[in-house]
Design a protein around this ligand. Structure first.
Ligand code: PRX
Length: 648
């Protein structure tokens, strides 16, 4: 955690009440916290938002802790809850998705149309031999077919594993392998800054080493040429030709809905498993309460990518279960100009914007002139997610984007939690710039010390969740033991989130970043070990240590210290290694800086002293180095730092 965060925290005493007008019309009212004191009764009430084919017998079965079962014996179909029931209720004409392309053209897809597309895709998947329980990998850009593919999988009970389309072939292959996916859904390519970038070659490379994959279903998006393989099937052939009639099957509340891979402290990504009834209940409730959704008036826009959990819960499942009208944008924020997002807000009269601090800081850097050129008066609520938002960025978001009148919801949650856990309620909470404030109704979060004792107001510690919640992960795909050791063994009987947090004098929660070896770069989790493994897989590297250093825009930046093998001197080594990491993991994991060193600081037992490396990377004073095996190492590293420069 950076010293800046702490310093800001000490002086932060601003607080913003919701306006009486907002509070009056808000979905969640102040009494909700007391109404939720009986947690299970509260969640039972929220589950009634959904349409169930068979009622549940028990709200929570925690007898197999830490493996939860919510709404046991209940049966439902997620895609029916997101589509059919809205169409049946007479909302078929309502726009579900406003798809904005990078070139400025847009397309509106109604709920009725989306349902037809999902039914066709569901029939096509069945035709390709995909059945309930089979895993489907989805490697697609931000196009409507991504949403259609996810809902079609949900409709037939085939858990999807969406892999961010910026990940490399190798990263895709390891995820396909781990989930033993039967089908991969991809596109020829994606548009980026006016160019089309191929996606299919990465899939071909990944699938060549993945024997479980029977077919690759390819969406024609850019129209670029692709090399055909004998597994390819074109979306436009099989989906368009399929019937739009599809009778959905109801699945058990605990039927797996999706697997989503995320970084942990070891090199191997974890397949986070989410199931059906509890997940959809909490995704829908939080989307309604935190974003104050008014389905007949709001135009909602979550800027996340479908490849991250935010895209799952707050583009697909929460909003569609609540009958939202939402924007999906395929392009980048600076194409054709740095006001692109604000142009979209103006064009579609967006009311609710949900984005990440890294984006907000980038816009701050680009200057107020860009947003000021556009009419942002339609906005009424702003959200933030992915990393701590610094008070300066929060204030800028409020003043420049929100015109000083929009509540800001800083939402803390994780891939593992499935849905928002800590956040202001926009019509209830007086917000403080930089604080996620308090646990939502029905959720119990505590900050504890090393001995699992709750800390007092004004103190810091570790964030834990001490009661099960409906959208909690049900495990790590294929690795129950890792689930227990990763999340449930640091403190007895509570879920340890891996984040540091502090309570202020009023008991509000301030997130302080990861306490483990996981970095947070632009709101994306990347493990230090993963990047280290990628680096040492390069023939020139003997040893590598990676740390996250604070970065003004991205939150943290990746800094790598490498020892080269004898004779591997090469002027260009930094750019070669960065390219190598991009190939192994994806451009997102490319180190901001690579420092070639002769030694790494280690304790006498041989453990790399990351704290010192982080100090060097952040150019702070080195502090106490007496536990080092060779204290001169730090001087060597320090000299190396002075001589090296970022090659970005
Ligand atoms: O460190 C916390 C940070 O992001 C981590 C979860 O990352 P991921 O599973 O990729 O999910 C990101 C989107 C939900 C957390 O452990 N984080 C997320 N939201 C916040 C945050 N840190 C501070 N404030 C937040 N609002």
């Amino acid at each position: 955690m950076s010293e800046d965060t702490l310093a800001n925290l000490l002086i932060e005493d601003r607080s913003f009440e919701p306006s009486p007008a907002f509070a009056k019309q808000a979905n969640a009212k102040p009494d909700v916290y007391s109404l939720a004191e009986d947690r299970l009764a509260f969640w039972a009430e929220q589950a009634a938002r959904l349409t169930w084919d068979a009622p549940w017998s028990e709200v929570l079965d925690w007898s197999g802790a830490p493996f939860a079962r919510w709404f046991t014996d209940g049966r439902l179909n997620v895609s029916v809850n997101c589509l059919d029931r809205h169409v049946d209720a007479g909302h078929g004409h309502q726009t579900a998705i406003i798809f904005e392309r990078e070139d400025g053209s847009s397309e509106e897809i109604s709920y009725a149309d989306l349902k037809d597309r999902v039914c066709r895709a569901a029939n096509a998947l069945t035709g390709l031999g995909v059945g309930a329980g089979d895993r489907v990998a989805i490697y697609l850009p931000m196009i409507p077919e991504a949403v259609v593919a996810m809902l079609a999988c949900a409709r037939i009970g085939a858990p999807h594993s969406v892999v961010f389309a910026g990940f490399s072939a190798e990263a895709l292959r390891s995820r396909i392998d781990d989930a033993e996916a039967k089908l991969v859904i991809t596109a020829d390519g994606q548009f980026r800054r006016g160019d089309s970038m191929a996606l299919k070659p990465a899939v071909d490379e990944a699938v060549a080493g993945a024997p479980t994959v029977e077919h690759v279903l390819v969406v024609r998006n850019t129209g670029q040429e692709v090399t055909a393989t004998d597994k390819d099937v074109w979306w436009e052939d099989v989906v368009a030709a399929a019937s739009a009639e599809h009778t959905p099957e109801a699945f058990d509340s605990e039927h797996p809905l999706f697997i989503l891979y995320t970084s942990g402290t070891t090199g191997k990504p974890k397949g986070i498993l989410h199931t059906t009834g509890g997940y959809l209940t909490q995704a829908a409730y939080t989307h309604w309460a935190v974003f104050d959704l008014k389905p007949d008036h709001d135009v909602y826009w979550c800027t996340a990518d479908i490849g991250w959990v935010t895209g799952h819960s707050y583009i697909v499942y929460g909003p569609l279960a609540n009958r939202a009208t939402q924007v999906i944008y395929e392009g980048t924020p600076d194409t054709p100009h740095k006001g692109r997002w604000w142009d979209i807000v103006q064009k579609h009269r967006v009311t609710t914007l949900y984005t990440a601090p890294t984006a907000i800081r980038t816009f701050m850097k680009w200057g107020d002139d860009w947003p000021n050129q556009f009419d942002l008066s339609s906005l009424r609520l702003l959200g933030s997610v992915g990393e701590p938002i610094n008070p300066e960025a929060w204030m800028w978001y409020r003043e420049v984007i929100g015109g000083g009148h929009c509540p800001i919801v800083d939402t803390w949650w994780q891939t593992e939690t499935g849905a928002i856990m800590i956040s202001p309620l926009p019509g209830v909470t007086a917000t403080k710039p930089g604080s996620a404030m308090r646990a939502l109704p029905g959720i119990s979060a505590t900050v504890v010390d090393d001995h699992a004792r709750p800390v007092a107001d004004g103190e810091g510690g570790y964030l834990v969740l001490d009661q099960p919640w409906p959208s909690m992960l049900r495990g790590i795909w294929g690795d129950d033991e890792r689930y227990v050791t990763t999340y449930w063994s640091r403190f007895p009987d509570v879920y340890f989130a891996g984040d540091g947090a502090k309570l202020d004098d009023d008991g509000a929660i301030w997130l302080l970043g990861r306490v483990d070896d996981v970095m947070n770069v632009s709101g994306h989790r990347i493990s230090t070990t993963e990047v280290e493994s990628a680096l040492v897989s390069h023939p020139a590297v003997a040893e590598a240590a990676v740390v996250g250093a604070s970065d003004q825009t991205t939150g943290q930046g990746i800094v790598a210290f490498v020892i080269l093998r004898g004779g591997a001197e090469d002027e260009d080594i930094a750019s070669k290694l960065r390219a190598h990491v991009a190939k192994e993991i994806g451009p997102i994991a490319k180190p901001r800086q690579i420092m070639v060193v002769n030694e790494l600081p280690k304790t006498r037992s041989g453990k790399i002293m990351r704290r010192l490396l982080r100090d060097v990377a952040e150019q702070r004073d080195l502090g106490d180095v007496t536990t080092l095996a060779d204290p001169t190492v730090m001087n060597l590293i320090g000299e190396g730092l002075a001589a090296s420069k970022s090659d970005d």
